[in-house]
Design a protein around this ligand. Structure first.
Ligand SMILES: NC(=O)c1ccc[n+]([C@@H]2O[C@H](COP(=O)([O-])OP(=O)(O)OC[C@H]3O[C@@H](n4cnc5c(N)ncnc54)[C@H](OP(=O)(O)O)[C@@H]3O)[C@@H](O)[C@H]2O)c1
Length: 289
């Protein structure tokens, strides 16, 4: 791509900061805004321009990227911005219906909107190895590729607005379900006194194994969920979004509702800000730590 790419980054939380850092390392000019100004500082130290208002960040930029908690936050931030000639890449995990509404509103204002949720977390963002899913107009996706390929090697256009977010929710449902299933089995094995490594050997040698089990095992054994890349509150949000989307499609979600009820116990408590594998504490016997 000829010339320098300029990006307005709206939202510098865990994922937004990693995306900003990666773009800066890839010679993209980043103008960043965050609701709490203090959370901008790591990116400013790396060379981003810190902005006081989202509209100030968007000024003169080729692209606006939103990485905000949810649909309501994304809508409220974008509503403050003039969007008539703005091209917005929305990377947060929000409801597919909310994304379609954003697309309509931005289109009506004369701007352009692409839904671009990602699979992977801070380490993958920093290394440019996110799995980038997109939905929206083909021409906009093609135009965004020089930015998107800096974040992930193979961005995929999956269909009209909503399609990428439904796919993302399908994947995140697996994060929740696999972690929950592993947590319960691990507790049972430990409760009956079988050596965890012997259980893991059996599991690793079977078709039931998923790499996420070994990734999370040290945290579960140490009961250490500090320094999260993806917190419990976001896992619960995504599971609820999955349940709503699946119900809208007429699927029977009754088997998954129990996991949502379990995760609801963490709401507004100390587990919410910890790594999502802290759900292992929820599946524990009450007399266990
Ligand atoms: N972390 C990951 O590994 C990961 C991976 C894939 C997708 N995602 C998705 O990406 C999005 C961001 O995740 P994250 O992990 O970066 O979350 P985070 O660390 O909790 O950051 C959330 C961001 O949203 C902002 N925000 C929240 N409510 C707001 C409001 N009402 N008005 C304005 N700004 C608001 C926060 O601002 P303040 O700093 O002022 O609170 C912060 O910038 C979420 O949808 C998440 O599901 C995350």
């Amino acid at each position: 791509m000829a010339g320098i790419t300029t990006v307005a980054l709206l939202g510098t939380g865990l994922l937004g900061t990693a995306i900003g850092q990666r773009l800066l390392e890839q010679d993209v000019v980043v103008q960043a805004w965050n609701r709490s100004h203090q959370r901008l500082q790591p990116l400013v130290a790396l060379g981003a321009r810190g902005c006081r208002e989202p509209q100030e960040a968007l000024e003169g930029c080729d692209w606006g990227i939103t990485v905000l908690s949810d649909g309501a936050a994304t809508r409220s931030v974008l509503q403050r911005c003039p969007l008539h000639s703005q091209r917005v890449l929305q990377m947060g995990t929000i409801a597919p219906a909310e994304s379609r509404e954003l697309g309509e509103a931005i289109g009506a204002a004369g701007g352009a909107y692409l839904e671009v949720p990602v699979l992977g977390s801070r380490p993958e963002a920093l290394a440019g190895r996110l799995q980038v899913m997109a939905a929206g107009p083909v021409a906009l996706f093609d135009a965004a590729l020089p930015v998107l390929t800096r974040l992930g090697p193979e961005p995929r256009l999956l269909g009209p607005l909503g399609a990428a977010l439904e796919t993302k929710l399908a994947l995140n449902q697996l994060i929740a379900s696999l972690t929950h299933a592993f947590s319960l089995s691990l507790h049972l094995v430990q409760s009956c006194g079988v050596d965890v490594e012997r259980f893991m050997d059996l599991l690793r040698g079977s078709a039931l194994y998923a790499p996420t089990f070994d990734k999370k095992l040290p945290r579960l054994l140490a009961d250490d969920y500090d320094h999260p890349n993806f917190p419990t509150a976001h896992l619960r949000k995504d599971l609820l979004l999955f349940l709503a989307a699946a119900r809208e499609r007429g699927l029977d979600t009754s088997g998954l509702q129990g996991l949502a009820d379990l995760l609801a116990q963490a709401e507004a408590g100390p587990l919410d800000a910890l790594d999502y594998s802290a759900l292992h504490r929820l599946t524990a016997r009450p007399d266990q730590p």
